[in-house]
Design a protein around this ligand. Structure first.
Ligand code: KIV
Length: 405
């Protein structure tokens, strides 16, 4: 078998259009999926999982259209999910035909609980099916990803055997799903280490992680996987997906950027290397987040890391004062890095005089000390009654307090 060159960066596999669309109520039509796929290409993702071709005529059409229009030479890999079943693999291969870089992603469960209650198959049957279906997918495309579903709750020795067979059958990426979000970072690190130590030829394929967020640990688990040799992360915009969602693309990408010095050594780079660890054009992150939220109808919680409305907002007076003096006092990244023009100082009851004066100056009001004192006093009364004091409120306060009665 051929050796996959190990990337010296993290491959970003975006599954917003597949796992993300599995969020309750988040159905996307073909046009919406296509618009998101174009935006994901601008964002610079390496792989777009465009759908699950066999699941519906709409999904087939979406994978096909994205393969045609976004899967151009030099563009992202376009992927379709497929159960380890012939008809799924055929549908995926057919839908992906127009893509310059097609990938079929074959999965089958490996945990005993899934084997007993869902698949109703023995371990030896699953072993044989995994091998046969990876080989079948390989007869259509060169690039085959294999996922042992519920890997983190699977018997280790059995998992190693399945992975070994998948590699022998031609899988080029081995993806390790924490399907029910049960893992902790420590478990995840140990699991990846165990696979690398016990699965022959696992160094010849690209290891990947797919972390669900049931315990809020998806991004932490993906980072632990990277520290232990994983070079592809499956993620979604805004972290949407089945139940509590997936690793959020914006979180994993910005964590790798902000903490690059800590991660560089895992990639054999000098600590001080400034080369990015992903190919993501981070300035497209905010725009992509808005597009996905608008298209799916899933609102982004205000305190969501990186893309939430409050992610760069400072309400407390001490914080506002600090940020106005030097941004890095209370910000670990620049809002401009994700495509926002500037941080937003939200004026509220905890805001201090400095933030108040600065905002008034931005609004074009240059008050005397006496006028400022009166206006600030009035502002505090208003702020006690309202969560946020808008520019409109500020204008009214200044008018009331400074114009002759
Ligand atoms: O959560 C999961 O196990 C999946 C696989 C198909 C990768 O979505």
């Amino acid at each position: 078998m051929s050796i996959q060159p190990q990337p010296d960066r993290v491959i970003i596999f975006d599954t917003t259009l597949r796992d993300g669309e599995q969020s309750p109520g988040a159905t996307l039509n073909v046009e919406e999926k296509l618009a998101i796929a174009h935006q994901l290409a601008l964002l610079g993702v390496d792989v777009i999982e465009a759908g699950f071709a066999v699941s519906s005529p709409g999904d087939f059409a979406a994978v096909r259209t994205i393969a045609q229009q976004v899967g151009v030479p030099g563009g992202p890999v376009i992927c379709s999910l497929a159960r380890a079943i012939r008809k799924d693999i055929q549908a995926a291969a057919e839908a992906l035909k127009p893509a310059a870089h097609p990938r079929i992603h074959v999965f089958i469960s490996t945990s005993d609980i899934h084997l007993k209650h869902q698949l109703r198959k023995s371990r030896s049957e699953v072993l044989a099916i995994a091998e046969e279906m990876v080989a079948y997918a390989k007869s259509f495309v060169e690039d085959v990803e294999f996922s042992p579903m519920d890997a983190t709750r699977s018997d280790r020795e059995f998992l190693y055997q399945v992975l070994e067979r998948a590699i022998a059958a031609g899988a080029t990426t081995l993806n390790i799903p924490d399907t029910v979000g049960y893992s902790t970072p420590k478990d995840m690190g140990a699991l990846i280490q165990g696979i690398r130590a016990n699965v022959p030829n696992s160094d010849r394929v690209i290891m990947s992680v797919h972390a669900q967020n049931d315990l809020g640990l998806a991004t932490a688990n993906a980072l632990a996987a990277i520290e232990n040799g994983v070079r592809q992360v499956e993620c979604t915009i805004n972290g949407i997906g089945e139940r509590a969602g997936n690793t959020a693309l914006e979180e994993i990408v910005m964590a790798l950027q902000v903490r690059k010095a800590d991660f560089n050594p895992y990639f054999g780079r000098p600590v001080e290397s400034d080369a990015p660890l992903t190919r993501i054009n981070t300035q497209e992150i905010y725009k992509t987040s808005r597009l996905v939220s608008q298209s799916t109808g899933i609102l982004v919680q205000p305190n969501k890391a990186i893309v939430g409305a409050n992610a760069f907002a400072h309400e407390s007076g001490i914080h506002q004062d600090g940020v106005l003096k030097h941004r890095e006092t209370y910000e670990i990244m620049d809002a401009a890095a994700i495509g926002l023009s500037e941080n937003q100082i939200v004026l509220g009851k905890h805001s201090g005089r400095n933030a108040f004066r600065t905002r008034l100056q931005e609004l074009g009001f240059n008050l005397s000390e006496d006028e400022l004192n009166k206006a600030f006093h009035r502002f505090k009364e208003v702020a006690d009654k309202k969560k946020e004091v808008s520019d409109w409120d500020l204008e009214a306060i200044v008018r009331d307090e400074t114009l002759p009665q």
